[in-house]
Design a protein around this ligand. Structure first.
Ligand code: A3P
Length: 321
């Protein structure tokens, strides 16, 4: 195995060296791979995952772009799927960050470039990814495993991601970059895992054509009515809430446990760290969690520019914000 892995690594490194690269503002280098921009340090993991992951029919994959509500979705789906094992008083969410409970393929599971043994995980297995739909391994597309995608209004996502990476830079005492610079990268489609419109449209189209495969959620809808969407999630994964659970307030309990306020105030999320190839403070995943925070940051011309991209790339296919 060691020899094969050594050979794989060399071949992957050569493949990556042959790809178009750019120096990103957020991370030093990005590569254009299968029409999307990936951080170069994540790409070996992505390729290893594509080659070696073996899907099981019951797997559930949570997909998103960074800063779209991934952490929240992880907490919600983990709670729905594991509600017969854990109550609210002993949920692992009290002591673990959601990213440690629902790991990313490309940062955590394939992070060492080795092939992790995922067979022993309890079923249904819960995974997460920022990888776009076309680049998911064929076994995920062909098996019965289900995908839940969360997207968010790009106006809020661009503001959220700017704060996130700026905070990271400040903690490392690295020079930050302006919102204007970050915004430009976002609109050009060269942000990591971008272009954002192709990422969203990939999952959106599959969700329309094959609704039992991809459940497409919007952050804004989840904020407006968490209960309704928790019920949709539970039905989608084949574990609908019973009448008794509903009457006993089980859905509200999950919504409350997973709220920004509850999670943000937990000791683990105030002080812990999570290794997503690079290390992040758990608290950096919980900021304001508001819809429409962009009004406080974007100029009218920025808003016009982003809205015209949405109009051009997404509205014709029925995706509106
Ligand atoms: P803001 O920066 O707008 O506050 P991700 O989890 O994909 O990294 O996205 C992070 C965004 O989701 C941040 O948005 C964060 O505050 C928000 N968020 C995190 N946990 C949340 C929760 N439980 N409920 C609502 N929003 C949440």
């Amino acid at each position: 195995i060691a020899v094969t892995e050594e050979h794989d690594r060399k071949e992957i490194d050569e493949l990556i060296a042959s790809l178009p690269q750019r120096k990103g503002s957020v991370r030093p280098f990005q590569c254009l791979y299968q029409n999307f921009w990936f951080p170069i340090f994540v790409l070996p993991n992505v390729i290893t995952f594509q080659r070696h992951f073996e899907a099981k029919h019951k797997d559930i994959v949570l997909a998103s772009q960074p800063k779209s509500g991934t952490t929240w979705l992880k907490a919600l789906v983990f709670s729905v799927v594991n509600r017969s094992r854990f109550g609210i008083s002993d949920t692992p969410l009290l002591t673990s960050n959601p990213h440690d409970l629902v790991p990313f393929f490309e940062f955590q599971l394939y992070g060492s470039k080795l092939r992790p043994n995922l067979d022993g995980l309890g079923e249904p297995r819960l995974f997460a990814t920022h990888i776009p739909y076309p680049s998911l391994p064929e076994c995920i597309k062909r098996s019965d495993c289900r995908i839940i995608y969360i997207c968010r209004n790009p106006l809020d996502t661009v503001v959220s991601s700017w704060h996130f990476f700026l905070q990271k830079a400040q903690l490392e005492e690295q020079p930050g970059w302006s919102l204007e610079e970050h915004f430009e990268t976002y609109c050009q489609g060269t942000i990591s895992f971008g272009p954002f419109w192709d990422h969203m449209m990939g999952y959106w189209k599959v969700s329309l054509e094959w609704p039992s495969k991809v459940l497409f959620l919007k952050y804004e809808d989840l904020k407006e009515d968490t209960i309704v969407h928790l019920k949709r999630v539970a039905e989608f994964v084949g574990l609908p809430f019973t009448e008794e659970e509903e009457e006993a307030g089980g859905i509200e309990e999950i919504a409350k446990m997973c709220s920004l306020k509850t999670l943000k105030d937990l000791e683990v999320n105030k002080s812990g760290k999570v290794a997503l190839t690079i290390e992040f403070e758990n608290r950096s995943f919980f900021r304001k969690g508001e819809v429409g925070d962009w009004v406080n940051h974007l100029t009218p011309s920025m808003v016009d520019r982003l809205n015209s991209i949405i109009q051009e790339k997404m509205s014709p296919f029925g995706l509106e914000f």
